[in-house]
Design a protein around this ligand. Structure first.
Ligand SMILES: [Zn+2]
Length: 196
């Protein structure tokens, strides 16, 4: 038995795949949203956390390998299905953070069965709100090759790191945007003696 309209996020870089899967899943009682790669999928999760994610593995930008590992670390209660036509079998390829695997191109009823299996075991699907943003504390790295002070910021959304130059004579907080997924980030700079 399915719970009422579980929210499902379909992530695939091919528009035709997104459309076909979404149509079929909506007819099967799911509330479906879609995204074309890992970064836009994270943006969709920021708006509303889905109950289930169905993600392709090979996508430009942020691949499904990286996206599913971000999801597992940040949203461990969201159940995830990896899909690909490059792998076979019922289990996710090694190193893929997913609960199940769907081989693209096989019959859609196989996918529906997988979805029912991982939603069935009596665990109610709980929607959760995205975390409230808080400043990240980052130590200074010292000076780069141009003599500017910089910090390395790990983005709390996509978990990628990037260097950020800042004016050390100004305040010790920094408003910036992630170099990868463009989410706004507020940092507090820790002036460590080691980096001076
Ligand atoms: Zn980011």
């Amino acid at each position: 038995m399915l719970y009422l309209n579980p929210g499902l996020l379909v992530v695939d870089d091919e528009a035709l795949v997104r459309t076909c899967l979404s149509d079929m899943l909506i007819r099967s009682g799911y509330t479906v949203r879609d995204a074309s790669d890992g970064f836009s999928a994270l943006a969709a999760i920021r708006e509303e956390i889905p109950d289930l994610i169905l993600s392709d593995l090979n996508m430009p930008g942020m691949s499904g390998f990286e996206f599913l590992s971000v999801v597992r670390r940040r949203f461990p209660s969201v159940r995830a299905i990896a899909m690909s036509s490059a792998y076979t079998g019922a289990d996710p390829p090694q190193g893929v953070a997913a609960d199940a695997f769907y081989q693209k191109g096989t019959h859609p009823t196989i996918l529906l069965r997988i979805l029912e299996d991982i939603t069935r075991p009596g665990q109610p699907l709980l929607g959760r709100r995205p975390r409230i943003s808080a400043p990240i504390w980052v130590p200074t790295n010292g000076h780069n090759a141009s003599g500017e002070m910089y910090v390395t910021i790990s983005c709390p959304e996509c978990l990628r790191a990037f260097p950020q130059v800042f004016d050390h004579t100004a305040a010790t907080t920094l408003e910036t945007r992630c170099a990868w997924c463009c989410v706004p980030i507020q940092c507090a700079i820790v002036h460590s003696a080691l980096a001076a």
